[in-house]
Write a protein that binds this ligand. Structure first.
Ligand code: AMP
Length: 398
């Protein structure tokens, strides 16, 4: 990895601005329902404090669309962070995020102090990386650390903009994300298996295209599998179909053959009459889905086929659930595959953020996985082989 990391910089007596991903889920009353994102920023924050820095934290929360809105305030995050760090967190509840008052209190910070700014998306300039917002933010400190992987695929003021004004480094969380995923894509231990699911083929086309150059096996499940089955010439009943992607699915299957990549589709599928948990359901072979049924999960035989491939793999990347895992009757495929990945101790296993990460968390297997990414969109773009602007902008090692 050629980007500067925390170990490359002396933070003693410095004011360090850290972009975190505190975009946590909140309930109706504004209580945090899952604080994993806050917890995962602690190693970087604690390291900086131990090294003698004062830290000024920045994050977005939700989509306030450039306007201050109290329901998107970072106040609950400040409170939770204070509990987790066991120290005071100075919360700057400023609608402008940074103004003369915030500048004055930042100037008074001492080593060991922690300050949290208000939601960066209260300012319109944030998502456009325009105006003087990045310059104003950077005037608060002397060094910038990007530890928000979840927004690394976006060029915003609080990540890309900051790097224009301050010396920069990636934090521990971003370092782990890019090291694990980067190594897996650059020099994978083989066999390398990618498992792709989720609702839409269109979201995963670029990922499949890129992985056709790298992977040995690509296992396809979830709603997107039915467009591929249709491309094979099968009737798929009322299953999810992207009609305009059938030809492309055919092309991808052809390409996999010429490149020697095994692209494996479900051999059987659990089909239901309606899109709900307590619908009538049966398992059928993938080539005989009845007209009035829809595919909602991979079947037992497919689970076995996929498991065999997973068991003999040395690198596994998984993105997207293999069925409608939110409904218990159709979560079996997703759970079985999560278990199989967790059980393979010889493999480097990586799970893209979003639904597949939620699935392994739900069944308590996250700690058996080498790396569960904190960024859904960012990890997908990484798997597409794209350069992430939020990381690209950070200083290179000298
Ligand atoms: P994505 O955001 O593309 O990763 O898709 C995740 C969503 O795909 C989840 O909400 C799943 O319920 C849904 N999904 C998975 N399998 C199917 C299926 N066979 N039919 C419809 N939706 C599905």
């Amino acid at each position: 990895m050629n980007k500067k990391t925390l170990k490359d910089i002396d933070f003693k007596n410095k004011k360090v601005l850290v972009r975190c991903d505190f975009n946590v889920p909140l309930d109706e009353e504004g209580n945090i329902t899952d604080d994993r994102r806050i917890k995962s920023s602690l190693p970087t924050i604690n390291y900086l404090l131990d090294e003698g820095a004062a830290v000024i934290l920045m994050s977005h929360l939700g989509r306030p669309k450039g306007k201050p809105q109290s329901k998107y305030s970072l106040k609950p995050v400040a409170e939770r962070l204070s509990l987790l760090l066991n120290k005071k967190v100075i919360f700057e509840d400023c609608d402008m995020v940074v103004d003369d008052g915030v500048k004055a209190s930042a100037a008074k910070l001492n080593p060991g102090d922690v300050m949290l700014l208000q939601n960066t998306r209260f300012r319109e300039e944030e998502t456009k990386n325009s105006g003087t917002f990045a310059k104003d933010l950077s005037s608060l400190g002397e060094i910038f650390v990007n530890d928000a992987f979840g927004t690394a695929h976006r060029a915003h003021s609080s990540n890309v903009g900051m790097c224009e004004y301050l010396p920069s480094a990636v934090g521990f969380l971003v370092e782990k994300e890019i090291r694990t995923m980067g190594d897996a894509l650059k020099e994978p231990k083989r066999p390398f298996t990618a498992i792709l699911g989720g609702a839409k083929v269109s979201d995963k086309i670029a990922v499949i295209e890129n992985l056709l150059n790298i992977a040995d096996n690509i296992l396809i499940g979830g709603g997107m599998a039915y467009t591929f089955l249709k491309a094979e010439g099968y009737s798929i009943g009322k299953s999810l179909l992207e009609e305009d992607k059938v030809d492309l699915a055919k092309e991808l299957m052809e390409k996999s053959k010429t490149k020697g990549v095994k692209l494996i589709l479900p051999v059987d599928t659990v089909v239901g009459k309606e899109f709900k948990n307590n619908t009538e359901f049966i398992t059928t072979s993938s080539d005989s889905i009845p007209p009035d049924y829809m595919g909602l999960d991979i079947g037992e035989k497919t689970i076995e086929v996929f498991k065999n491939v997973i068991n003999s793999s040395k690198t596994i990347i998984w993105n997207g659930p293999l069925g409608v895992f939110e409904m218990d009757n159709f979560a079996k495929g997703t759970n079985a595959i999560a278990e199989a990945i967790a059980k393979n101790k010889d493999a480097v296993s990586i799970i893209g953020g979003g639904d597949s990460a939620a699935a392994v968390e739900k069944i308590g297997l996250a700690d058996k996985i080498t790396h569960v990414s904190t960024g859904g969109g960012a990890s997908l773009e990484f798997l597409e082989g794209k350069v992430l602007p939020g990381i690209e902008a950070v200083d290179n090692k000298e």
